[in-house]
Design a binder for this molecule. Structure first.
Ligand SMILES: NC(=O)C1=CN([C@@H]2O[C@H](COP(=O)(O)OP(=O)(O)OC[C@H]3O[C@@H](n4cnc5c(N)ncnc54)[C@H](O)[C@@H]3O)[C@@H](O)[C@H]2O)C=CC1
Ligand SMILES: O=C(CO)COP(=O)(O)O
Length: 323
């Protein structure tokens, strides 16, 4: 049994109504389903908890969208490989995380398992609760296959959701992924009441750190100044709607990580992303001072106050220098 969604729709900006499969019926999958239904598309929503058939869900769809948490991406993609996907349909990944086993991004996982399909990354400053309320927002759809990105752009674009295309999937994906680590740091900063100057310093230096890692891994510098980079960082680091921000805030209040995650009861990708990022940074010798302190904090190696001290007392240097 598959679940077909039809909510109140408005005249679509897309050329014709399509049938979409959305995998993951959590906060983000549901918000994406609402946006697609608003444009008159038929949405089949699948999750392991709904108990519906994955095979029936993907049968004859025009676009497949994954909004599964990182921990479910590899197994779900492997499960899909055993089924028949319609030829060459775009696969859209909206997950913001890094795979702990391979240290790869979701789009890399999908691309390896489905080489015949164009892979499109969807990422931007998109707190699902605001989108579900119908508030205006913008996002980026990025792919090496620009035609596929344009199809996805038309699927979601409306008077409440502005969608830009990009030809830099890696940069677009990493911006949304790495800012979750920084959102934890921003939550700590606000939870300790360090003030506006400290927060601006943190976010500005964090953007430099994200660009250093992101370009090393293949993203383009300019992408990190766009919606999926700086844009998403500003949203997530300034909103108590962000679960990653709430993790940092809770730790600053003296709660344990376990306590914070239990209270949250939902996905905070930044915790796993920090651990995987530090593994990559050690392996590739990339300096990541802010993420390094978040790592120590999450792994109970340092207190929030000591993490701030450690960042303030680093070696003095010019603001901009060549690596
Ligand atoms: N909530 C938001 O505002 C946004 C979330 N995202 C990203 O979307 C992804 C999902 O986030 P949410 O929907 O908020 O999380 P959620 O916790 O509300 O939902 C997670 C979904 O993933 C599924 N899932 C988890 N483990 C699985 C497994 N092992 N196998 C199969 N399915 C599994 C769950 O059943 C659920 O449908 C995350 O990577 C998040 O960073 C991106 C943009 C906005
Ligand atoms: O990615 C998000 C907003 O763009 C959602 O942030 P959280 O996962 O921290 O809630």
């Amino acid at each position: 049994m598959t679940q077909d969604f039809t909510l109140m729709s408005h005249p679509p900006l897309s050329d014709q109504p399509l049938t979409l499969a959305i995998l993951g019926a959590g906060a983000w999958g549901s918000a994406l389903a609402q946006l697609a239904c608003y444009n008159g598309h038929t949405v089949r929503l699948w999750s392991r908890h709904l108990g519906n058939s994955l095979e029936e869900t993907v049968n004859s769809v025009d676009v497949l969208i994954s909004a599964i948490s990182m921990r479910g991406v590899a197994t779900t993609a492997q499960q899909l490989q055993t089924l028949k996907l319609p030829d060459q349909i775009p696969i859209v990944t909206a997950t913001k995380g890094l795979d702990p086993d391979s240290t790869r991004t979701p789009s890399q996982l999908w691309g390896t398992l489905f080489p015949q399909h164009p892979i499109v990354v969807l990422s931007g400053p998109n707190l699902s609760a605001e989108i579900q309320q119908g508030l205006p927002a913008a996002t980026v759809v990025a792919s090496e296959n620009l035609e596929a990105a344009k199809i996805v752009q038309r699927v979601f674009a409306s008077n409440r959701f502005r969608v830009y295309t990009s030809s830099d999937p890696m940069g677009t994906e990493l911006g949304g992924t790495l800012k979750n680590v920084i959102a934890i740091a921003a939550g700590v900063c606000d939870g300790l009441h360090l003030g506006t100057n400290a927060k601006s310093a943190l976010l500005t230096r964090a953007l430099t750190e994200i660009i250093r890692i992101g370009t090393h891994l293949g993203g383009q510098t300019e992408t990190f100044f766009g919606l999926s980079g700086l844009g998403d960082m500003l949203t997530t680091c300034n909103s108590s709607l962000s679960r990653n921000y709430r993790v940092g805030y809770g730790l600053a209040e003296g709660k344990t990580l376990e306590q914070v995650l239990t209270e949250l009861g939902s996905t905070a990708e930044g915790v796993n992303t920090t651990n995987v990022l530090i593994e990559i940074a050690h392996r590739e010798r990339i300096p990541v001072p802010i993420s390094g302190q978040v790592y120590q904090l999450l792994n109970q190696q340092i207190t929030p106050q000591k993490a701030v001290e450690a960042l303030m007392e680093r070696d003095l240097k010019p603001e901009f220098y060549a690596e």
